[in-house]
Design a protein around this ligand. Structure first.
Ligand code: PLP
Length: 408
């Protein structure tokens, strides 16, 4: 008899975005003349940078000639891309990461989801609240969480991110084995300082724990004092895996390219207490279950690191940060407190009431769609996430509507 993985039954339905779309649709069908502005989703709106388009076209032409055609490439990614990443994202910032420690993939969602396969069934896992839901759900699927009670799974250690700690969680009070961190954060937009990351690295070292550091939004960091990579922190090579994506950096959400860094010095332990390097394990997993990102897409990603590409990619994130600044100014004028939006495309607004109630108010009074914070975890109740991913015209119009209707 074929049996199912009963852990799936513990998963909460992906209530957040389906509930948002249900409410938006209901309002829209009752008010067909109203134009909605969606500042809820985390998808980009601007097209790919010209340097990437040019590289894509050229790579497509390569595929058309026998002499330059490429079939299966190396599963870990072509060396031209891995070397460009190592040089520009790491060595240029003083982080010692080699090209062969970089695994190119088709997305950070898959990588942050799949990485937990490398670890034992029974682990104490620390997960921030609020959080990108993939970290929690994939551990639930793998059987590492208990029942869901009042918005939280039994057996997981939740790290509260609140106004009191500046949305950077404090170190756990009891020992944990695996720690998920994401900076700049989705959904709060908060960033972590060098000292804060150094404290986590020291914690991981002292507890033989491992940090999974999701840096999907690093391209939005403008404050030069903030680290863009955990490997800018001394000792992080021995305790952290980092995830990066071209999705938000260069508008690749529909093109798909990302990478994961597993340093060769990174160890976990077997039940005898012997150190086991994770690099060969992830290499084995990647080469067994993944057949590489397409050649044209890797060429497009490589173009992000060309002189023109760097400029264009910066202009893209500058554009979204310009939207974020408009959103911040408007909300501050209206009397709201918030975090994010300065080194991040997300603004996390304290609405001092149930986030769904506020969501409905915004929808009905201003026809602006946001994301209720409660959907990202218990600590998100009382907050909404506003995304800066939209056209300038839409953001300006949305802010005008807010000014007319939403005084705090
Ligand atoms: N990590 C975080 C924190 C995200 O917000 C997202 C996407 O929204 C991802 C990872 C997924 O990125 P990708 O498009 O590379 O799968």
């Amino acid at each position: 008899m074929i049996r199912v993985n009963e852990n799936y039954a513990k998963l909460q339905s992906s209530y957040l975005f389906s509930e948002i779309s249900k409410r938006v649709q209901a309002y829209q069908s009752a008010n067909p003349d109203k134009r909605m502005i969606r500042l809820g989703i985390g998808d980009v709106t601007e097209p790919l940078p010209p340097a990437c388009i040019e590289a894509l076209h050229k790579a497509v032409d390569d595929m058309a000639a026998r002499s330059s055609f490429r079939g299966y490439g190396p599963e870990q990614g072509y060396d031209f891309l891995r070397s460009a990443i190592a040089l520009n994202d790491y060595k240029a910032r003083g982080a010692e990461i080699d090209a062969d420690e970089i695994f190119v993939s088709d997305g950070s969602k898959c990588d942050t989801a799949n990485i937990q396969e490398l670890f034992a069934d029974k682990l104490t896992i620390a997960i921030p609240d609020p959080v990108y839901p993939v970290y929690v759900d994939t551990n639930v699927m793998a059987g590492r969480a208990g029942r869901h009670v009042q918005g939280r799974y039994k057996g997981l250690v939740y790290l509260d991110s609140t106004e009191a700690n500046g949305f950077v969680p404090d170190l756990p009070e009891s020992p944990v084995d695996l720690i998920y961190l994401c900076f700049p954060n989705n959904p709060t937009g908060a960033t972590a300082t060098r000292a804060q990351l150094a404290a986590w690295v020291a914690y991981a070292k002292a507890n033989r724990a491992l940090i999974l550091f999701d840096a999907a939004y690093e391209a939005f960091i403008r404050d030069p004092a903030l680290p863009r990579s955990i490997y800018e922190i001394e000792g992080a090579r021995d305790v952290a895996i980092e995830f990066r994506s071209f999705s938000k950096t260069a508008g690749f959400t529909g093109t798909r390219c990302a990478f994961t860094v597993v340093p060769k010095s990174l160890m976990a332990w077997n039940k005898k207490g012997e150190a086991v390097p994770l690099h060969p394990m992830w290499n084995r997993r990647h080469t067994t279950k993944f057949n590489g990102v397409s050649y044209p897409v890797q060429r497009a990603a490589e173009a992000v690191y060309s002189a023109a590409g760097k400029q264009q990619v910066k202009a893209l994130s500058d554009f979204y940060l310009g939207n974020a600044a408009l959103i911040r100014t408007t909300l501050a004028d209206l009397g709201y407190s918030m975090t994010g939006g300065e080194n991040s495309p997300y603004i996390w607004v304290n609405v001092s009431k149930d986030s769904w109630v506020f969501f409905d108010r915004l929808l009905k009074l201003a026809q602006v769609v946001t994301t209720p914070g409660a959907g990202f975890g218990r600590c998100g109740r009382g907050f909404i996430r506003i995304s800066a991913f939209n056209s300038r015209e839409n953001v300006e119009e949305a802010m005008l509507r807010l000014r007319k209707t939403m005084r705090a």
